[in-house]
Ligand binder design. Structure first.
Ligand code: GLU
Length: 505
């Protein structure tokens, strides 16, 4: 067989906000596609009109775009295999339903919901399959004339796949190895419903994988039970030699490790489970998102990439390009990955450290503005360069460096008691004169001059530095004193020290 171009798809159903586990699935598809010089397709699986949620599709596209997960084809991206929204492909599916019916791999069933319910009561663990289908009202038990008459009379029906029992179906999974399932445990899934003239997920998903020439199906482990039907339908249609390879990703687990990560875990422990903030159009509920919570997209990508996969060494901080190079489906874990959201914060911290100060300053400017501060971008850049190692989120910068922008008007009581001594006012008054005479005002020379003066006077270095810090910051925290004086400049430094002398005496 000639080597086909790698083509993978992310195929969400627009039933709500995209869960962080779905984001990881999209990411792995992206990494795999790019690594292999292949294409990534965005297919919207919207055949279930009952579960359709307006806004969900736009949300998915916006979220993945924000994260830098780009599609080569699909809804919103164009391409030669469209349309990419399943609701726009009705005509296409009809033909394949007919093909299966003609070949005897599917049949028409008229059982009403009441009849099915009655059977479920009568037969324990009822399943519509080879063991029961001959007791039901379908085209296998009715004559062709009866079947036709029922359809012509306008009775609703479904088309079911006719699974041949007692056959081992082999699913080759790149993560799980060979998975063998006996066809007897599969049911005759509904492929098409006359009521809405739409195929179900099962048919549309598989037909589209074929028509879109998908080579690898990378998706969540909850879809593993659908894989045998994928294999069987490819065979029934005569497409077995282009069967995609499967890779079923393990679940994201609760931080405690027991059970699947849910939205409730996020609410309970205070972290987002969605990439972007989501406004539920039905309930009006608002769920927090990584973007609005202050995460950098690179950090989210890196964090998710390592939930269930590792590069085989202890490297953790990896750019998208590095991830593309290193990604390997065979290194994805078979067991679930605990959702360690603290690690997500750690990644955000790492990416803030690596980011250019200019970019961080640009992100911080709007927050300064919210606090009524209009600052010179170059000054903001200098301040964030000094302070960013103390934060995991841009918004935390305000807490740690507000004093660079707003002079203290009050002094922390505890620090004052401890740090402002009897002779602080007198000493700092002298210190002001030393500073005033000193030029330039850079870190090193100011520090040298201050220390020489303190030594010549026999003053206590710690006392003077602590009192100065209280004057400049308003409390006992902050970076190196002479980093602060240099940033604030001579005038502002002197003004603040003078004010402390006036207020604290
Ligand atoms: N529409 C399915 C979903 O919502 C896609 C499953 C698959 O990728 O085959 O996840």
């Amino acid at each position: 067989m000639t080597q086909r171009k790698v083509r993978v798809r992310f195929a969400p159903s627009p039933t709500g906000a995209l869960h962080i586990g779905g984001v990881r699935t999209a990411l792995y598809n992206y990494l795999f596609a790019k690594q292999n010089g292949g294409d990534l397709i965005l297919r919207i699986e919207d055949t279930d009109s009952q579960r359709f949620v307006p806004g969900a599709e736009a949300y998915i596209i916006e979220a993945l775009t924000w994260l830098g997960i780009h599609f080569d084809e699909g809804v919103g991206f164009g391409g030669n295999y469209g349309p990419y929204r399943q609701s726009e492909r009705r005509e296409i599916y009809k033909k394949y339903v007919d093909q299966l019916l003609e070949a005897g791999h599917a049949y028409i069933a008229f059982d009403t919901p009441q009849e099915l319910e009655a059977k479920r009561k009568e037969i324990p663990n009822f399943q519509y399959d080879a063991s029961t289908r001959m007791q039901m009202r379908n085209s296998l038990t009715l004559s062709p004339e009866e079947t036709k008459a029922l359809i012509d009379a306008g009775n609703q029906y479904v088309v079911r796949v006719k699974i041949e029992p007692n056959e081992d179906v082999h699913v080759h999974d790149l993560i799980r190895g060979e998975v063998v399932i006996n066809s007897s445990i599969l049911d005759d899934k509904v492929l098409y419903k006359s009521a809405d003239q739409l195929p179900t997920y099962h048919l549309a998903n598989i037909v589209d994988d074929h028509l879109m020439e998908v080579t690898h199906v990378i998706r969540g482990e909850e879809w593993l039970p659908s894989a045998p039907l994928h294999v069987l339908l490819y065979r029934y249609f005569g497409w077995a030699d282009t069967m995609p390879q499967f890779a079923h990703l393990s679940l994201l687990l609760k931080p405690e490790g027991n059970g699947k990560l849910s939205k409730r875990d996020g609410d309970r422990l205070g972290f987002p489970v969605f990439p972007l903030e989501w406004h539920d159009p039905k309930t009006g509920d608002v769920s927090s998102g990584y973007r609005e919570s202050g995460y950098l997209p690179e950090a989210v990508v890196n964090f998710l990439a390592l939930l269930g996969w590792n590069p085989g060494n202890d490297q953790e901080v990896m750019s998208m390009d590095e991830l593309i190079k290193a990604f390997n489906l065979a290194h994805c874990s078979k067991s679930g990955a605990k959702f360690d959201y603290e690690k997500g914060k750690w990644f955000n911290h790492q990416y803030i450290q690596r980011k250019d100060n200019k970019e961080i300053a640009a992100l911080f400017m709007p927050i300064l503005k919210e606090h009524g501060v209009e600052a010179d971008p170059a000054y903001v850049e200098k301040v964030v360069g000094m302070m960013k190692d103390r934060v995991s989120f841009i918004k935390e910068l305000w807490n740690v460096c507000a004093f660079f922008f707003v002079a203290p008007t009050e002094y922390d009581e505890k620090t004052r008691k401890k740090r402002w001594k009897e002779d602080s006012a007198a000493q700092l008054t002298e210190f002001i004169e030393v500073l005033r005479a000193h030029e330039p005002f850079d870190i090193e020379s100011t520090e040298n001059v201050a220390k020489a003066w303190i030594e010549s006077k026999g003053y206590h270095l710690g006392n003077i530095m602590n009192a100065t810090r209280l004057a400049l910051v308003g409390e006992g925290k902050g970076p190196h004193i002479f980093d602060i004086t240099e940033a604030l400049g001579k005038e502002e430094t002197i003004r603040r020290i003078q004010r402390a002398i006036d207020v604290l005496g």
